[in-house]
Design a binder for this molecule. Sequence first.
Ligand SMILES: CC(C)(COP(=O)(O)OP(=O)(O)OC[C@H]1O[C@@H](n2cnc3c(N)ncnc32)[C@H](O)[C@@H]1OP(=O)(O)O)[C@@H](O)C(=O)NCCC(=O)NCCS
Length: 307
Amino acid sequence: MNDGDLHVRRLASAADALPFAPLTFPTFHRTLFALGHESGPVMLGASRRGEPVGLALAIVKSDTAQLLSLAVATHARGTGIGGKLMVELESILRGEGVARMELNFTDPNATSEAWRRLLRRAGWSEPTPRMRLFTLGRGSLETVARARWMSRQEPPVDCALFPWTDLTSAEEGELRAEVGPDSWFPPVLSPFAMADPIDARLSVGLRYQGRVAGWLIAHRIAEGTVRYTSLFVRQVSGLRGAGLVLLAESIRRQLSDPGRDVAATFGIEIQNPLLAFAERRLIPHVEVVALRTSFTSGKWIEPGHAS
Ligand SMILES: CC(C)(COP(=O)(O)OP(=O)(O)OC[C@H]1O[C@@H](n2cnc3c(N)ncnc32)[C@H](O)[C@@H]1OP(=O)(O)O)[C@@H](O)C(=O)NCCC(=O)NCCS
């Protein structure tokens, strides 16, 4: 597509994508550089007079495309580039037989209003809340560490905590082989869901009767900020309360390194019972630096589909 000075084109190789990398989060750089490989992403770049000003990045699984990132350079926002990238991306994906597009976005943020308008205009479903996202100050972790539920946490019988870096390669192989729609953990909470290197000090695993049955995986997402990315414990009666044991251990580890971390961020899915616990027992007692919600939206794009 060529609209005056604006040029929107599909990017075909990692070399093509390189100049657009600053327009997406570092966490997606690995995906971006898989361009050109089978099952690689679909990427569109928008340039104005040769300067990269917009990027859309999607991955396709079976007949559904997940829009991972859509961003326009700060100085070029509000001039229709985001809308154009959406229209063009939809048309390419439809041409490739994709039936549906989906995406998640965070609200509030500096551009969430533009994002909502863009989705509405493009005929996407009304966004629905998916996950609550909390960012706590470091002082909050100290408060949490003094809470009664923290000091009461002992691993249940037959359970042992271990640093995630001690996971054996046999255990890793077994878990990786189990990732899928029928696995005992949701793929989104897989310890390997994020390609980024984990925080070795704060990530903790749990073995139950000698087998891996839970984990808390943490990532350092910015200087001074740790993200508690996934906390999961197998649904077995002997493991009740083990999630809090993992959480308590990781928080203790974070606090044992004074001065380094100023904030911790984590998300809890809307239908997870832990959300009520966090909102009742945690949030009222701590300094919440930011409280956001991740929304999800989608659009059927296959010809003839009535949405
Ligand atoms: C969201 C984003 C991609 C929109 O790109 P854009 O090129 O500015 O969007 P457009 O110019 O096509 O405008 C889209 C709609 O938002 C509206 N809009 C643009 N800037 C706005 C602003 N500052 N406040 C409110 N609405 C705004 C436009 O009027 C338009 O709505 P309309 O069609 O009803 O008139 C861009 O703001 C951005 O890069 N944000 C940061 C990255 C991000 O958060 N991405 C989403 C999650 S991956």
